[in-house]
Write a protein of this length. Structure first.
Length: 386
């Protein structure tokens, strides 16, 4: 008990250590590791607060909280990278989170849920609807990439590219509104095809399951919102030194900085959330909930976080174009196609889960060895400090 308490206190102080480490001008890799660990701790606290708040709020409010603060790692790093003028980092962190959920988390869930079972079954109608929506969203996100691939750089001005991006962001927000209406009102029974108790069942697998007992005292209704705001502010404070240290970290690890934003950061910073989904999927009959949690998390990233980053760049006059290069767009498309094919029939097994994990490992290695494209070169103001 004493060791657990000491560990808990140390982890609580880790975000402040990360902020101080940047001011001490420590090596880039050290600053990166400390702040990444701090963001992982803060992410867990934010998820606890969201779970505690969602008990006494409407489902729409819960969805918006999960879509914004529930993706605080991607949102805060995206904002800080936008301020640094390194918008490719914002795109990379979104891509990395999507690939991690599509392949690694889903594959691990299928493996641990089905390694001792002959076959896993789930609602194919719901998963087909959600995966089809993901394909539509991919087409929207791929429009800027297609514009550049099919036209020379002199044919499309930066103003036209930004206009196309703003149009895409507005359409994504509109699609989100329609999806929430579809999910919460007209077809709520489709998303409750298995018995639930409005998120209060012990067997429920939310996207961000953590222990929330310490935040649910009847005389402390104010505590979760306050902790949520403080933790999110600390998350943003840790995101700036983490972004600043990426270039030096890439040199130290002898790889391109995009590897850290696509592979390392999404996995480590959200490890508690992903572990909860995988462990929860192992429970009897809960694999469907795990699949829903993964797909819903991806939809929130693409339909809410991505447009928010575009809006932030719009407000602060920092052009944010969600344009993936050809390799990134190809990996994203292949991941969606593979995932859709494996779950389209409503049946799966542990071997298909291993195939998804293997695909993620291959893609991660590809990002490790490939050189950065010119658009991905990170130029931050504090790079010379490292």
């Amino acid at each position: 008990m004493a060791r657990s308490l000491l560990s808990s206190k140390f982890l609580t102080l880790l975000p402040f250590v990360g902020i101080v480490a940047n001011g001490l001008q420590l090596p880039a890799l050290v600053v990166f590791a400390i702040n990444l660990g701090a963001m992982s701790v803060l992410s867990e606290w934010i998820n606890r607060c969201i779970n505690a708040i969602s008990i006494n709020t409407k489902r729409l409010t819960t969805e918006l909280l999960k879509g914004t603060f529930g993706n605080s790692v991607e949102l805060m790093i995206g904002i800080s990278a936008g301020f640094r003028g390194a918008t490719h980092i914002s795109r990379s962190i979104l891509l990395g989170s999507i690939l991690c959920k599509l392949l690694l988390v889903l594959g691990s869930s299928l493996f641990f849920a089905g390694y001792d079972k002959n076959r896993l079954r789930f609602d194919r109608h719901l998963t087909t609807t959600l995966s089809s929506l993901m394909m539509v969203i991919f087409i929207m996100l791929a429009i800027p990439t297609a514009l550049e691939a099919l036209s020379s750089r002199h044919d499309i001005s930066i103003e036209e590219a930004i206009l196309a991006q703003h149009t895409t962001a507005i359409n994504l927000i509109g699609l989100l509104v329609i999806f929430l209406f579809f999910r919460l009102r007209t077809h709520a029974d489709m998303f409750a095809s298995t018995p639930i108790q409005h998120g209060r069942s012990k067997s429920h697998i939310p996207e961000d399951t953590t222990t929330v007992q310490e935040l649910q005292h009847s005389d402390r209704y104010w505590l979760p919102p306050v902790v949520l705001v403080v933790a999110s502010s600390c998350m943003l404070a840790c995101a700036f030194p983490l972004v600043d240290s990426l270039a030096g970290t890439g040199k130290t690890l002898n790889t391109n900085p995009s590897f850290a934003t696509i592979t390392i950061i999404p996995l480590v910073a959200n490890i508690a959330k992903y572990r909860a989904i995988v462990e929860g999927s192992r429970s009897e009959g809960q694999i469907e909930r795990g699949i829903r949690a993964i797909i819903n998390g991806i939809l929130r990233l693409t339909m809410l976080v991505a447009p928010l980053l575009v809006a932030v760049g719009w407000v602060f006059d920092q052009p944010f174009i969600l344009k993936f290069d050809e390799f990134e767009a190809t990996t994203l498309l292949l991941s969606i196609v593979v995932m859709t094919y494996l779950i389209s029939d409503g049946r799966s097994n542990y071997f298909e889960g291993l195939m998804l994990v293997g695909t993620y490992i291959i893609m991660s290695f590809s990002f490790y060895v490939r050189p950065d494209s010119p658009a991905a070169i990170i130029a931050v103001r504090s790079e010379e400090h490292y």
